[in-house]
Design a protein around this ligand. Sequence first.
Ligand code: FDA
Length: 284
Amino acid sequence: METSRLARRMAARFVAGDTLPEALAVSRRINSETILVTLDHLGENTSSLEEAAAYRDAYLLTLTEMVHAGIQGNVSLKLTQFGLDLSERACRANVEELVGRAAGLGNFVRVDMESSAYTDRTLAMVRDLHAAHGAVGAVIQAYLYRSRADIEDLARRQIRVRLCKGAYLEPPSVAFRRKSEVDRNFIALTQLLLDTAPYPAIATHDPRMIDAAREHAAKRGIPRAAFEFQMLYGIRRDLQRQLVKDGYRLRLYVPFGPAWYPYFMRRLAERPANMLFLARHLFR
Ligand code: FDA
């Protein structure tokens, strides 16, 4: 898939390109609409420490070039991309180098959340690195039962949180399965974040979740600059424009790089209509 021209064209809806210059050009365009970015150099579950070190170097370059180019944004990464499955120590050293650089540049690193097999290790690493450098934040998934307790802990430590619904297939022993339950928890956790956490990010394309956040912030008199919405590049551009027009802060998650296959598959799987999109392209 990753080397097929056709597949690449389909993925272009969700992925900003294969290279850093392409990602920076897309980011500049997004910034011109007063929307912030977070750049994700795609990759996960790396299979060697050399590969993990290469990703670390790619992120160091991304951060530096982004700051030099005056792009309003930060970076998001996955710990399995930085070698978590191979060596926790090497992974930590890789991420620490990036977080140290971000702190020096006055920038920020968001550590994405992967499947529940990684939640404890991911949060432990974010806590440690935050204590040492600041400049790093976590992601919490509303479909996990544990998330309220995790948010309470992160908020106590003044660690910034991005809240999302969650994108992995999880067993009922750890996660809500029904959409209505995930949505209810998302709204409750949004309120908790707005009330107690530093500069939370509400990451969703669901208008009901967005309205609930807006209503709660208005009711509590929380200023629009005290939180941000986040969406994925290429999804619900109508909603993106509306939020900006209404004066809210918005950040787009902009993935780029040649290893786009797992990311693209998660985006297709999230929504049946995307399979029609795929089928239409294939027939064409
Ligand atoms: P929901 O899935 O209910 O969708 C609501 C509406 O949004 C749909 O009706 C549709 O209109 C639109 N929509 C949603 N997904 C779409 C798609 N793929 N294609 C087209 N339209 C779509 N997950 C995770 O496990 N770990 C992480 O670190 C992150 N990080 C992250 C960052 C950011 C900025 C965002 C926006 C999301 C994530 N996610 C994530 C993904 C998240 O967990 C979730 O899978 C998706 O955001 C879809 O959930 P929604 O909240 O959009 O609602």
